[in-house]
Design a protein around this ligand. Structure first.
Ligand SMILES: *Cc1c(COP(=O)(O)O)cnc(C)c1O
Length: 346
């Protein structure tokens, strides 16, 4: 039985990256790579993005950041924002990974590792702008900034950035978050030079709310061509990945395809529209290793059905599938299992 394939087009990805960079300029793109580059494969994404001129990469954890360094080498900037163990911090210092710091405790641990190793850390302090997901509270901000500045004066770290994460749920909340963010930047500026990297926004706010952008924009979804759930299509941005399964049996009105919930296809996707050689057809049932699609004229074993993609054979995007089951496009991609073979088309 043929395994399903996630076909990933480097040219589409690079075009997306170009479109995002053009849209957000003069803000610099930091390509976000969490969840193995949203299921596309971290090494592929880093290589392809480097060719498109990207030189800032955002990995959730330091293990991913170290992998980015192995792929890009050299001077590219890598930012890892998960609060990490001492051993991971050591790796970050070794691989020159910028660290996102959302607590005073983590800052102190980093400084201790810097002293132990005789290294120097690059730190981006995170202000809590309201999400309450790891971040220094505004009332503690000035004290933590002083600690960071003292360590900077001692040659232990460079304060490279100020950052936060916003909900992108409503403009009003995002505006409030930005006001808190700008106040935090002001406090940092009163204690020394303003750091080069000021970053608050992800895909949606970077694209739609230019006034919220900082000098750097952390963007994942839109670079991979994943639009926001309930959001519009984006000019110049298309899905880079398509999920393809093979017909293994044609029986009456059904074409049976070799993909199912064991591959990470949500079993609740029955009723969705998929792409076939005969155009859009309904995915009528999702089983464990096979699923059923309404037959099209001339359907034969070996035909390919596209579960999601850029729409070339009538399929929906991952986000359109996600909207049927109340989730986001990222989730459709990242839950695909190792049974799905990734194939890069350069
Ligand atoms: C996921 C994530 C991003 C990127 O979000 P997208 O909507 O995929 O662009 C940026 N910053 C942080 C902290 C994230 O966790």
């Amino acid at each position: 039985m043929t395994r399903p394939q996630l076909r990933i087009r480097s040219d589409v990805f690079r075009a997306n990256v170009d479109a995002v960079q053009a849209r957000i300029a003069p803000s610099t793109l930091m390509l976000v790579l969490k969840d193995d580059a949203y299921g596309h494969g971290l090494a592929w994404a880093v290589e392809a993005a480097s060719k498109a001129g990207v030189d800032w990469f955002g990995s959730y954890d330091i293990a991913g950041g170290s992998e980015v360094r192995r792929v890009v080498g050299g001077d590219a900037r890598i930012f890892a924002w998960a609060t990490s163990t001492d051993a991971e911090v050591d790796d970050a210092l070794l691989h020159r990974i910028d660290l996102g710091v959302g607590t005073a405790e983590y800052l102190r641990r980093i400084i201790a590792r810097v002293e132990a190793l005789g290294a120097r850390a690059r730190v981006h302090l995170k202000i809590d702008t309201g999400l309450h997901r790891n971040g220094i509270l505004p009332e503690d901000w000035a004290d933590v900034v002083s600690e960071a500045r003292a360590a900077e004066a001692a040659g232990l770290l460079e304060l490279e950035g100020v950052w936060s994460h916003i909900a992108e749920a409503s403009d009003a909340e995002d505006d409030e978050a930005q006001a808190v963010f700008l106040d935090a930047v002001r406090v940092v500026g009163e204690s020394g030079p303003v750091p080069r990297a000021l970053h608050l926004t992800a895909s949606a706010a970077s694209w739609w709310r230019p006034e919220l952008r900082g000098s750097v924009s952390r963007i994942g979804a839109f670079c991979y061509g994943i639009r926001s759930a309930d959001g519009p299509d984006l000019e110049g941005v298309r899905p880079a990945a398509s999920l393809v399964a093979t017909v293994v049996e044609v029986d009456g009105d059904d074409a049976v395809i070799a993909i199912g919930s064991f591959d990470g296809l949500p079993s609740t996707l029955g009723g969705a529209s998929v792409g076939t050689p005969g155009g859009a057809r309904v995915l009528t049932a999702v089983g464990q290793t096979t699923s059923i699609v309404d037959r099209w004229p001339g359907a034969r074993v070996g035909d390919e059905v596209t579960l999601f993609g850029a729409g070339e054979s009538g399929e929906s995007s991952a986000t359109t599938l996600a909207e049927r089951i109340d989730t986001v496009g990222e989730e459709i991609l990242t839950r695909l299992t190792a049974r799905v073979r990734r194939v890069v088309i350069d």
